[in-house]
Design a protein around this ligand. Sequence first.
Ligand code: IMP
Ligand code: MG
Length: 185
Amino acid sequence: MEMGNIMEQDVERVLFSEEELSRRVGEIAAQIDADYVGREPLLVSVLRGSFVFMADLVRKITLPCTVDFMAVSSYGTGSSSSGQVKIIKDLSEHIEGKDVIVVEDILDSGNTLSYLLEILKARQPASIRLCTLLDKPSRRVKPVELHYSGFSIPDYFVVGYGLDYAERYRNLPYIGVLKPSVYEH
Ligand code: IMP
Ligand code: MG
């Protein structure tokens, strides 16, 4: 790995390169294309972490689809879950009768998503599925039904491709494991 910039000094190693991410995102888009033939899914990006994944995913989906955005907070600026979830920004459109796909960056404890899915289901969409780029199954506290998952990973703290630590590193084009020294002091 090139150590060409300041952020990269905080990355222990690259877990998924730009090429690997692009290939896997293409596979997920192809699955969605196949599953939603004849329908027009509404992709709901959970901000902020999923914005990069969302942007790449929608451009690889060939079906007509629409997008909306929602922001929730669950982590503050740290690296471990607080268990508290707050809606910071709600959707702009109604989802009743729509085929909704919730797009997340990472499924960890499941606290955020199980709460969010309950709220969205109460609005009576025609269907609702969850699509996450990364999944850390060993950290799950709340069970969450997952339809599309990019990569299953061990309990590493990862950054890049939208994922942050204290709001930084989202603009790294790959996903890397953050050096523990960055968050241990
Ligand atoms: P959950 O409620 O524990 O499932 O938390 C999910 C959220 O925690 C994600 O949307 C991320 O914002 C954050 N998160 C969990 N693990 C990581 C990680 O390894 N890197 C960056 N953010 C993470
Ligand atoms: Mg997030």
